[in-house]
Design a protein around this ligand. Structure first.
Ligand code: AP5
Length: 271
């Protein structure tokens, strides 16, 4: 992408971010539920390795809500060797997507029965197709619990190989480390429990290539779907995790987005 196209895309993102904020402020002044409410309802969108699983536990802790990651739910089925798990493993290792009906059903089940979700929810890795987004919206409308935020973690594909191939996971807690960027205190051991860390079977360069192709083809349209609704915000996910977290809070707590404001002042020359 050339410099002008890049600036244009960034400017469009700034405008879209501002538009989202205006709509949210209008909602809060008209007495409609605002994102300042404790009941946080959001989705996290981004390519593999963007940092969804890194940021989501922090959001969960801050806002006391549930964190539903369809990838984790599917991996739990794989670990239990259920019929769904056996089928899902083949699809996941090949970098494809499990059927829409199955993942929509898994989310519905959690939203209706998981007590933690009464205080709000973060959906991580869902929806991943436009039919999933439409299914989710219909489900939430019925329950009068519409989404407040669709946060996209934006990052160039070239930065993701190192993140994915170095990722280490503590399966029981979902805690994530990185062999270089965030190493555990002891080699291949979880900092909290001392239990062994593992690498995911789809965390290799070949599978990543396919997962990225699937993301651009099937999940990028989901970003466009939410951009039109006024709840979308884009964050620069190439920054270090602490900075991404700060910008995330700015969005979720409805403060001025540092990234958007920074870009805006750069483009308009204002302070
Ligand atoms: P899923 O488990 O959702 O995987 P994914 O989307 O590919 O995302 P990842 O978990 O790989 O990345 P992440 O963004 O969470 O990155 P993380 O924070 O760990 O899905 C797996 C599969 O399940 C799919 O391919 C599909 O087959 C199936 N599936 C799941 N949901 C589905 C659905 N809805 N429909 C159909 N199929 C579905 O970070 C990665 C690494 O980078 C870590 O080591 C971390 O420490 C490091 N890191 C994070 N942030 C930073 C930073 N800012 N700077 C430096 N390093 C960082």
């Amino acid at each position: 992408m050339g410099f002008v196209e890049d600036e244009l895309k960034q400017l469009k993102d700034v405008i879209s971010n501002l538009d989202s904020r205006i709509k949210r402020l209008e909602q809060s002044t008209s007495g409609a539920p605002s994102s300042a409410n404790k009941d946080l309802r959001m989705i996290l969108i981004g390519p593999p390795g963007a940092g969804k699983g890194t940021q989501a536990p922090k959001i969960k802790e801050r806002f006391s809500c549930c964190h539903l990651a369809t990838g984790d739910m599917l991996r739990s089925q794989v670990a239990k060797k259920t019929p769904l798990g056996r089928e899902a493993k083949k699809i996941m290792d090949a970098g494809g997507l499990v059927s829409d009906d199955i993942v929509i059903g898994m989310i519905r089940e959690e939203l209706d029965n998981n007590k933690e979700c009464r205080g709000g929810f973060i959906l991580d890795g869902f929806p991943r197709t436009v039919p999933q987004a439409e299914g989710l919206d219909a489900m939430l409308r019925e329950r009068k619990r519409e989404l407040q935020h669709a946060v996209e973690l934006q990052i160039d594909d070239s930065l993701l190989v190192a993140r994915i191939t170095g990722r280490l996971i503590h399966p029981a807690s979902g805690r994530t480390y990185h062999s270089t960027f965030n190493p555990p205190k002891d080699y291949m051991k979880d900092d909290v429990t001392g239990e062994p860390l593992i690498q995911r079977s789809d965390d290799n360069a070949d599978a990543l290539k396919k997962r990225l192709a699937t993301y651009h083809k099937q999940t990028a349209p989901v970003v466009d779907y939410y951009r039109k609704t006024g709840i979308w915000s884009g964050l620069d996910a190439s920054q270090e995790p602490g900075q991404v977290w700060k910008n995330m809070l700015n969005v979720l707590e409805d403060k001025k987005s540092g990234h958007a404001a920074g870009l805006l002042s750069r483009i308009t020359g204002s302070n």
